[in-house]
Design a protein around this ligand. Structure first.
Ligand SMILES: [Zn+2]
Length: 273
């Protein structure tokens, strides 16, 4: 019966996506995500419950505020749909398990960070550093076997080895990245990545482990270089001053690595074996 649970999870995801939209707007602005109730950022009027029904309200209102007619960004329905797909897909794949919970929590944080970086170039610490702590916490319950823990601490209890693997991945993805990217930025005379990106990489390592974490980083960096570099060329921006939302690309890489990573890595080794 995973189908029925997946559908129910999808409906939950739709509603939760509304909350993630609130987080995307408020977290980078240091506003509370619980109070006050949602308001139109243009005319400040409070949004009524029937104007806040996921997907449906956006369609019925024609994507505009009912009072001031200011356009509501397509990000709102997009995030609701993405979150619904995330909840449904994860429950379909993992059932009602703690692993499913881990990937839903991870996916929600990826969705929020993806958009805060697009809209404000900020990656709130609550989600990067907080997310790293949550990722380490999950490793106590969802075994992380990818890593050198078995070599470094043979005979360690399973949750300890799992936590060690998760922590090593968080460290290896973030700290060497700082040295490398700052050196590279100096060499090329371009903007170095921000600290938010470094903390985000640590969080990706904590959740994904070493192999999938590296995959997320490679996918994000390649995507950023191709799409972001292309954007800079087409729009004739100055690469020395134009900041690309690297975090957005890393989040997209993180989602791909989380859900398709094992298959991609297997395919890669078969290709090169
Ligand atoms: Zn308005």
């Amino acid at each position: 019966m995973p189908g029925i649970f997946a559908v129910i999870a999808g409906v939950f995801g739709l509603v939760f996506g509304s909350f993630l939209n609130v987080c995307i707007y408020r977290l980078p602005r240091d506003l509370s995500v619980v109070a006050p109730r949602s308001f139109c950022p243009s005319c400040q009027r409070q949004i009524l419950w029937h104007e806040n029904i996921p997907l449906l309200s956006y369609a019925l209102l024609g994507g505009r505020c009912r009072t001031c007619k200011a356009p509501i960004g397509w990000r709102y329905p997009a995030v609701e749909a993405m979150t619904a797909a995330l909840f449904a897909g994860t429950v379909f794949e993992f059932g009602l398990t703690i692993a499913a919970m881990k990937w839903i929590v991870f996916g929600c944080m990826m969705v929020v960070l993806f958009w805060t970086d697009v809209e404000t170039r900020l990656l709130p610490d609550e989600l990067t550093l907080g997310g790293m702590a949550i990722g380490l916490g999950f490793s106590l319950f969802v075994p992380q076997s990818d890593g050198p823990a078995a070599l470094l601490a043979p005979g360690a209890a399973a949750p300890v080895a799992s936590l060690l693997n998760s922590a090593i991945a968080a460290f290896l993805l973030s700290v060497p990245f700082v040295a490398f990217s700052y050196g590279y930025a100096r060499l090329r005379n371009i903007m170095p990545p921000g600290w938010g990106d470094v903390k985000l990489l640590g969080m990706l390592g904590a959740f994904l482990g070493l192999g999938q974490g590296i995959l997320a980083m490679m996918l994000g960096a390649t995507g950023g270089a191709i799409l972001g570099g292309g954007y800079i060329l087409v729009k004739k921006k100055d690469p020395r001053t134009h900041a690309l939302p690297l975090g957005t690309f890393l989040c997209a890489g993180g989602i791909v690595a989380a859900f398709w990573g094992p298959r991609i890595i297997q395919w890669w080794w078969r290709l090169n074996g």
